[in-house]
Structure formats: C-alpha cells, structure tokens
Design a protein around this ligand. Structure first.
Ligand code: ARG
Length: 461
C-alpha cells in the first residue's frame, strides 16, 4: 500500500516485501514511543507559538498523542513493518484520528532530526537510570566497608599476595572507580542535552520555527548549532556506550575477583544462595552464575561499542540510513549494564565475609616483607641493600617453610645489629598495616578520613 507511506507521493509502485522487512526499525524503535510523543507534543506547541498551527489544533494534537500513548502503553497498538518505524506509526495514527490536523504535525521537521531528538531524550533518561544504579552499588559497597572496618585482607598484585589492606580500603577502591564512571556519565549528559529538533532533514527549514521554545519545553540546555552536523551526529551514542563499557569492565574485574574468593581454595566469602545456582548432577555445588554472567555479559557491551564505532566509520554528511542501526547496540548495552548493576548491588549487600578463614591465613605470603624493608630504610639502610637483604630472608623462610617472624635472631642481626629485638614490633600483618602513612594509602587513619568523606558524599545525594 504505497499510500500508507509518508513519503509515498513520488512513488508509483509498491515497496518490495523483502525491502520492508529488511529496512524496518519498528521491531526495536517502538521502545522510543514515549520520547517520540513527548517531542511531538513540544513540536506541536511550538508550531502554534510560531503561528504555523492554531492553538486549538496544537491542543488537539497534544491530547490525541496522549491517547495514542495510552494505547501503546496498554499494548493495544498495532505495529506493522509497512510503517517502518515508531515515528511513522505515531504520525499515521494521529492522521487516522485527526485527518488534516494530523497531517500538519510534521511541519518544519524531518524524521532525521526527530529520530535523534528521541534518542537523545531516551539516552538522557538512560544516563539517569545508570547513575542511580551506580549510586545504589556505591551504597552497598560502602555498607560493606563499614561492616568490615576491622577486617584485614591480603592485597594482590599479579594476583600474588603483596601487602595487607583494610577491607574498607578495598571496598572504597571500587567506590572510586564507580565515581569516575558517574562523572563520565554526567559529562556525556552535557553533550546529550543539546536539542537537535528543528535542524530538519539536513539544512534547516524555511519555515519560521522557534527551536529555543522546543528546547525549553523538553529541558534541553541548548541548541545544536549546525544542522548538517546534527543529522549525522551519533557521537553521544558512542560516548554513552563507551561509558557503559567501562562500567561493564569494572564489574567484570570485580566479578572475577569474587568468583575466585568464593572458591574452597580462597574461602574468603559466602555468596548469597539467592544469587547462585546448583548443579543438576553434583549435589554439593553452589555456583556463582550471577557473577559469571556479569563477567560474561560485559562482552556484549564492549561488542556494542565496537559495532557503533564501525557503524559510523566512513559515513559522509549528513543522514545515512546506516544510522538506524545505532539503536539495538545502544539498547542492549544499556539493558545489560542496568541489570548487571542492579544485581551487583544486591549481591554485594548480601554477601558475607569469612573473617575467621581470612584471618587464619593472613600471615601467609609475606605480606609484611615490604614493611621490614621500609623499616630498614628508615634505619638508614639504602633501599636496594634492604630489598636484597629481605629478599634473602624470604628465600630462607621458603626453604624452611617459615614466616619472617620465625627466623632465628642471628639471621636478623646479621643484617643489622640489634634488628632481632625490633622485628617483633615491625613484622606481622597488624604491624605492617599500622606502619603505612602515605596519603591515599591503607593506613587506618587515612582510610578513616576516606570513609568520612564518602559517608558525607553519599548522604548528600
Ligand atoms: N527508521 C529511520 C531511522 O530510525 C528513520 C529515519 C528515516 N530517514 C530517512 N531519511 N529515511 O533512522
């Protein structure tokens, strides 16, 4: 039915069925119906304000669009690939109901600027959702930092035991990462929140539209300056999905850590039953599926980013139909990260830490070796000499299966006269922890300062 097409005038033949199903976007862009209606209502009011519609016509359009929105929300609206996308569906539904008045809505705009405006409105909302989810996760992590404030855990580099850290320092590390993610989102939001509508197809319009009026109604902070740029601009989609990718990667690294920490080998933590599943054959199994899928699904998010970057590669100005392919990766990346964050926050909140199991092995792995070396440095031994000396002590311990503190007094005294008498107050994980003092370190006083700052920051939101 060529007549159903909003662009059917210059065509005589019908569209090939295969072309309709190849080119449709209604399957996925129906998700934009609220944004499309919101933008159309603002546009209609602006047309009345500019004298291109009567105010009665504009009000009728606004009210009818509300009816259509209700129908869509209730699942009563019928979609057809013949109408390609959500924009055409809604406009056609309006025309069906209002005839000529409906035919005026598209005055001074094009689907090109309409699509991007809808996507911007949606992305603005999506950014706010992710930000809230990140805040929830930060709160869960902070709750753990408070609950486990006296717990000392091994810190790792290369996943080998390195130095002791306070568990609160560990949790705050992730709060920092997610804070940067939130800052990136709010920066991205500034670029999203610029109105595209009114740039029409590519060059603007000869009709006396008022873009500032639309921007004000839709809560945009400014107007996109160059119409040619706007119709091809998907930078903000790529940028948002990059931000989502980094969040997904932060989550995946943490998930990996906790999967390992939940093993019998580590035995650091007990994941909540509600977030694990069992095995159909091995009755004892409790598998960390949620964590594994948070890790696994990060691949989809990064793949979406790659898809978007490849999509815009080599596209000339201005609109090209390729750009319709931006929505699926955008929606998928958002859905994946949103769900991952929601589950992560709940899982973090309900996981218990096995303080005793952690404490029973905390003196393993020479977490105090660096402290001893730095003690010698404070005593005037050149760093490289101290490093070498402590390294040799560790080798002796490994041969004899000892901890540093268990070495005979003469071994210490051969490094420095009288050292054996001092090591009691230097070695051991508690002493090692107490010795830290640099800014941003795991020194208890430093961590206390950070906890205070975070408490204030989180309470203020
Ligand atoms: N379905 C299209 C999309 O989502 C609508 C834009 C159509 N514009 C055009 N010039 N054909 O991008």
């Amino acid at each position: 039915m060529a007549t159903q097409k909003t662009w059917g005038g210059r065509f005589t033949g019908a569209t090939d069925d295969r072309v309709e199903s190849f080119t449709e976007s209604i399957r996925f862009d129906q998700r934009l119906y609220r944004e499309d209606i919101l933008a159309s209502q603002a546009h209609a009011r602006m047309l009345a304000h500019a004298g291109l519609l009567s105010s009665d016509e504009a009000e009728l359009i606004v009210a009818t669009l509300n009816d259509i929105q209700g129908e869509i929300a209730r699942g009563e609206f019928e979609y057809s690939i013949k109408l390609e996308d959500i924009h055409t569906h809604i406009e056609q539904a309006l025309i069906q109901r209002l005839g000529d008045v409906g035919r005026k809505l598209h005055t001074g705009r094009s689907r090109n600027d309409q699509v991007i405006t809808d996507v911007k409105l949606w992305t603005r909302f999506a950014i706010d959702v992710i930000d809230l989810r990140l805040l929830e996760l930060q709160r869960s992590l902070f709750g753990n930092a408070e609950r486990h404030h006296d717990l000392i855990i091994p810190g790792y580099t290369h996943f080998q035991r390195a130095q002791p850290v306070l568990a609160s320092h560990y949790f705050l590390a992730y709060l920092e990462k997610y804070q940067r993610d939130r800052e990136r989102l709010s920066d991205c939001r500034r670029r999203v929140n610029v109105l595209s509508l009114g740039t029409a197809a590519l060059a603007g319009t000869s009709l006396p539209i008022d873009r500032a009026f639309v921007a004000q109604q839709l809560g945009f902070d400014g107007l996109a300056a160059n119409s040619l740029d706007v119709s091809s601009d998907r930078d903000f989609v790529v940028e948002f999905v990059f931000d989502l990718s980094l969040i997904a990667l932060h989550l995946a690294g943490w998930a990996e850590e906790w999967i390992l920490w939940s093993t019998t080998e580590f035995n650091f933590l007990d994941l909540p039953d509600a977030f694990c599943t069992g095995s159909s054959i091995m009755p004892h199994k409790k598998n960390p599926d949620v964590l594994e899928l948070i890790r696994g699904k990060s691949a989809r998010v990064v793949a979406s980013l790659q898809q978007l970057m490849l999509l815009i590669k080599g596209l000339p100005l201005a609109y090209n139909r390729d750009l319709q392919e931006d929505k699926e990766p955008l929606f998928d990346a958002f859905d994946t990260v949103s769900a991952s964050l929601e589950l992560a926050a709940a899982l973090v909140r309900d996981t218990s830490f096995r303080h005793e199991a952690i404490a029973s092995r905390i003196e393993d792995g020479y977490l105090d070796a660096t402290t001893l070396m730095e003690y010698l440095v404070k005593e005037g031994v050149p760093l490289r000499t101290a490093h070498e000396a402590v390294g040799q002590l560790v080798r002796k311990c490994e041969d004899r299966k000892l901890r540093l503190i268990d070495l005979p007094a003469e071994v210490f005294d051969s490094i420095q006269m009288g050292l054996s008498a001092k090591v009691k107050s230097v070695l051991g994980v508690r002493n090692a922890l107490a010795a830290f003092q640099s800014h941003g370190s795991t020194a208890p006083a430093e961590v206390e300062k950070q906890m205070l700052a975070w408490r204030q920051r989180l309470e203020a939101q």
